[in-house]
Ligand binder design. Sequence first.
Ligand SMILES: Nc1ncnc2c1ncn2[C@@H]1O[C@H](COP(=O)(O)OP(=O)(O)OP(=O)(O)O)[C@@H](O)[C@H]1O
Length: 211
Amino acid sequence: MLDIRLNSIGKRFQYDWIFKNLSLEIPKGSFCAITGSNGSGKSTLVKCIAGLTPLTEGKIEYTSEGQNISDTEIFNFLSISAPYMELPEEFTLLELLRFHFSFKKPINQMEHEEMMEKMYLIEHRYKPINQFSSGMKQRLKLGLCFYSDVPLILLDEPSSNLDEKGLHWYLELIGEYGQNKTILICSNEPKEYGFCQHKIHVEDFKLKHNL
Ligand SMILES: Nc1ncnc2c1ncn2[C@@H]1O[C@H](COP(=O)(O)OP(=O)(O)OP(=O)(O)O)[C@@H](O)[C@H]1O
């Protein structure tokens, strides 16, 4: 399990502070929603936590099983699903699973066949990803996250492009594979994050500092 401590972190693009003086602890095994209006900085915060975007100030500490994890190692401990994380479109589904799980350990030694069954994509195993519908791609992104044996899952707009059945499937994934993991969810849709015990409202760390 992994916990995250945000120590007075801030991010600025040019002269615009997206958030500043953000300090809090996201305890291990907790579910945390990152909320805020469009353009408020939810994705920017999650990218900083994932190590994809550098902070302007402050520090993020990650601890797993009593060990400190450095910024450069954190990517090995997390999976991320986000609209801006592209899938390799020229791969078939099976090729993508083989590729992804050559880097990440599958949860419970799950086989690729079982993953494809669970994502309702088994009949598309030889289809290139660029021929997938947007809902199929979203199920695939979420499956890659939850079937990876990592302690931290970052989800940006997890139910985008999913229909009602897909939303239900996503909530089942959380229940079945989200236990003992730290999960951060960027969203403005309560149906995607209603079960979260913690919330970070990005605007609370923005407006007062830009006045
Ligand atoms: N690379 C960048 N360079 C400059 N400004 C950026 C960059 N990335 C994001 N921004 C700005 O940072 C602000 C926050 O963007 P961000 O995508 O984090 O918001 P968000 O809360 O995730 O929005 P949405 O709900 O629309 O997805 C916006 O004003 C955006 O234009």
